[in-house]
Ligand binder design. Structure first.
Ligand SMILES: *[C@@H]1O[C@H](CO)[C@@H](O)[C@H](O)[C@H]1NC(C)=O
Ligand SMILES: *[C@@H]1O[C@H](CO)[C@@H](O)[C@H](O)[C@H]1NC(C)=O
Ligand SMILES: *[C@@H]1O[C@H](CO)[C@@H](O)[C@H](O)[C@H]1NC(C)=O
Ligand SMILES: *[C@@H]1O[C@H](CO)[C@@H](O)[C@H](O)[C@H]1NC(C)=O
Ligand SMILES: *[C@@H]1O[C@H](CO)[C@@H](O)[C@H](O)[C@H]1NC(C)=O
Ligand SMILES: *[C@@H]1O[C@H](CO)[C@@H](O)[C@H](O)[C@H]1NC(C)=O
Ligand SMILES: *[C@@H]1O[C@H](CO)[C@@H](O)[C@H](O)[C@H]1NC(C)=O
Length: 663
């Protein structure tokens, strides 16, 4: 049984945004009259889009016939038997990079929610993405992000592929807000098709709830006719053309969009000689958000910016042309993480070739929002970075700025770590990396973890306690649970010009001295780190928690991970990032600093005087080990359970349709 809300007649498009400009048009009537434009007419013509949608456990198929041409947009997937909570759970928890292709015209396995956006006047596809909402965590936030940014007046098709309703979460409420009748009331695994005009009406909405049947929808959409000479086209032609072709650009396509004014009062001299490289691809919507945050951040010097586009992407070039930012195109080979590994090698080569005299370069991905303090931060850390041979980078990413830990915005630290998102790296380190970077060969390693884990570059990085960036993009390697608990919720500094009070502790000798002094003044604590309030119920002060860490063991940081998870409730990305000589500081409560000391790996191991009390997971009884695993995974299990319970409660549609339930 399914609801079919298709309409054959479409009259009176309520159409706002750049496609139609209806609302703004009247507001700006005066200027139109001056220009001799009398209004906007949207006519139906013979040109029409005929959409056929079929979705099932096998995938979805969208067929559109356009003036005689048949265009097939198809997503297929392997057979699966409904929704399986364990899959969403494990694929997340293990952090395995998914290698799905985000473009629609692929025949690879696909599951989730397909979003296809069309310009009603041209009937061309202006945006498409498959969201992995078959996973319970995280990906719904990306659906929300994009839905907010679609222009009013655009035609949006949502089609669920396999179990793509399982992780709709809060996105379902957003669907209701823009007119979906049933999106909010679907059980996990339902098949759903919804075609509507953003800011306007639903054209078709239909679903199969529980049975593994196909949904078939058929819709005839006439092409909306727009008057060509609109004011925007005259005043701002490039942007107008861009917004006709590409959607999900948010305020950029608002009629009265104003490019942010640069704050030219602030100019950090030290940054003048530092090239600023943005690595980009085919996601202009993400890039626009990153560029906007940069333009708003005091100290931005556009003449230093150089965008390196991996591949030939006209949409990204068009956007950069509009902003008049410099870019170069880097040819790419291969796909997925293999392509990226080679691409970043070329980026590093590009820097050496084009800026051989620069002492360092700042690199950032296209999907990173920067803090207003971004340039002020770099202006303070760069002199220290350049002076100290034991440092190779300074990152703006504060990986410990999690809601469950406490951070000071005026403090920086140094440690062994990956570069993160938004970092300054010395040219000497770039050259060092290029010496061992394979120009070919099959490798789908991530370039940043390769630099770090294989010790390609020598030295440590400076990092802030409170982050100066947020990595908001959700792509190939996104991990759902991390998006919600970490990536999208870390603390980013919102003020500009924060004075770093401990920057002079960063040089190696100073850092060693002050760390030694702190450890000397700290209290040793022993016990079960996962016991309730083990870390938090302590008086203000600093403490040492020692754990077994054999440098020669394959999982030598496992003890830190488990104890660290217990200290901050949710994994601090389950790595040792940021530790210095085997010492990691976690501030579990204001005033309570816990120094995790890896023995015998750390040269400070002599502080852990009582060998028999060093925490070692492997030495625990099976029962204790089991308890600790339970504790560490509990927050995820609790969220999964809550999400599933919420889904169970949504019985409205079943009850309404009388499918075996009392009304
Ligand atoms: C789109 O429409 C909504 C609701 O009518 C309105 O609040 C919003 O401002 C519009 N957005 C644009 C970009 O015109
Ligand atoms: C995605 O699919 C398209 C079309 O099949 C292909 O051209 C492209 O290389 C693929 N990209 C990745 C990253 O797999
Ligand atoms: C674009 O930027 C260049 C410098 O990068 C500048 O010389 C030129 O005047 C700019 N053009 C416009 C239209 O702003
Ligand atoms: C690691 O080194 C320690 C002593 O330094 C030794 O006792 C232990 O057996 C080694 N472990 C492995 C896995 O080699
Ligand atoms: C502990 O330290 C925090 C942060 O410095 C402070 O706000 C709090 O008042 C201190 N508590 C006590 C009991 O001194
Ligand atoms: C180490 O701790 C154990 C267990 O609490 C205790 O029996 C032993 O006396 C301690 N050794 C030293 C040297 O403090
Ligand atoms: C603990 O588990 C291991 C394997 O998981 C097993 O070999 C061992 O016998 C167990 N020990 C006890 C005391 O149950």
């Amino acid at each position: 049984m399914y609801l079919d809300r298709s309409r054959n007649k479409i009259e009176g498009w309520r159409c706002r945004g750049t496609h139609c400009l209806l609302g703004k048009m009247w507001l700006s009537l005066v200027s139109f009259l001056i220009l001799g434009i009398v209004g906007l007419h949207i006519n139906k013509t013979q040109n029409a889009l005929s959409v056929e949608v079929a979705n099932s456990v096998f995938g979805i198929q969208l067929e559109s016939a356009q003036s005689g041409h048949r265009i097939l947009e198809e997503v297929r997937l392997m057979r699966r038997n409904g929704f399986d909570i364990s899959r969403g759970w494990y694929s997340d928890q293990r952090g395995k990079g998914s290698h799905q292709n985000e473009s629609l015209d692929s025949s690879k396995q696909k599951e989730g929610l397909v979003m296809l956006v069309k310009n009603p006047a041209t009937l061309q596809t202006t945006f498409s993405k498959v969201f992995r909402t078959n996973e319970l965590f995280g990906f719904y936030m990306d659906v929300q992000w994009h839905l907010r940014r679609i222009q009013n007046g655009s035609l949006i098709l949502f089609v669920v592929s396999a179990s793509g309703t399982a992780g709709l979460r809060d996105a379902a409420s957003d669907f209701s807000a823009v007119g979906s009748l049933i999106g909010h009331h679907l059980p996990a695994g339902a098949h759903w098709v919804w075609v509507f005009v953003k800011g306007g009406r639903t054209l078709l909405e239909t679903a199969v709830l529980d049975k593994p049947n196909s949904v078939l929808g058929h819709l005839h959409i006439p092409k909306a006719q727009l008057e060509q000479n609109t004011a925007l086209e005259i005043f701002d032609e490039k942007r107008f053309k861009f917004c006709r072709k590409y959607d999900s650009m948010g305020e950029f396509c608002d009629f009265d969009y104003q490019r942010p004014l640069l704050n030219s009062d602030k100019r950090y001299e030290i940054l003048t000689g530092i090239p600023f490289i943005i690595t980009a691809g085919n996601r202009p919507d993400y890039l626009f958000e990153s560029l906007t945050s940069l333009m708003k951040s005091p100290g931005f010097q556009p003449q230093n910016l150089h965008v390196l586009i991996g591949g030939d992407w006209p949409q990204t070039e068009d956007l950069l042309d509009i902003f008049n930012f410099t870019y170069s195109i880097i040819p790419i080979r291969g796909e997925g993480n293999f392509m990226r590994f080679l691409y970043y090698r070329q980026v590093f080569s590009f820097i050496v070739e084009n800026f051989p005299l620069a002492p360092a370069a700042i690199l950032m991905d296209e999907d990173v929002r920067v803090s207003p303090d971004f340039f002020s931060y770099f202006a303070q850390v760069l002199p220290v970075l350049l002076e100290d041979d034991s440092l190779f980078c300074a990152t703006a990413f504060g990986h410990l700025a999690m809601p469950t830990l406490f951070s000071h915005k005026d403090k920086v630290r140094r440690g062994d770590m990956q570069v993160g998102w938004g970092y300054a790296i010395k040219l000497t380190a770039i050259k060092e990396a290029l010496l061992s970077w394979p120009a070919d060969g099959k490798s789908d390693r991530f370039y940043d973890s390769w630099l770090y884990y294989e010790h390609i570059v020598q030295g440590e990085c400076i990092f802030p306690e409170v982050s100066r960036v947020i990595h908001f993009g959700i792509g190939l390697n996104a991990v759902g649970t991390r998006l919600e608990t970490y990536d999208l919720v870390i603390d980013m500094e919102t003020e500009s010009g924060v004075h770093l009070t401990n920057i002079m502790d960063i040089p190696l000798q100073n850092w060693k001295l002050s760390l030694k002094k702190i450890l000397e003044d700290s209290t040793l604590i022993y016990g079960d780190p996962c016991e309730k309030n083990f870390f938090t119920e302590r008086k203000n002060g600093s403490y040492i928690f020692s754990y077994r860490c054999e440098s020669n063991s394959t999982d030598f940081t496992k003890n830190l991970m488990l104890a660290g998870d217990c200290a901050c409730k949710l994994s601090f990305v389950s790595t040792e990032f940021g530790w210095h000589d085997g010492v990691t500081l976690l501030r579990v409560k204001p005033g309570v600093d816990i120094y995790f000391l890896g023995v015998p790996h750390s040269s400070y191991s002599y502080f852990a005087v009582n060998e028999s009390l060093i925490w070692d997971f492997e030495k625990l009884s099976n029962e204790s080990q089991y308890k600790i695993w339970g504790y560490v995974s509990f927050p995820y299990q609790r969220s999964a359970w809550k999400v599933m319970t919420d889904l169970e409660r949504q019985e409205f549609l079943r009850a309404f349709l009388g499918e075996g339930k009392e009304m």
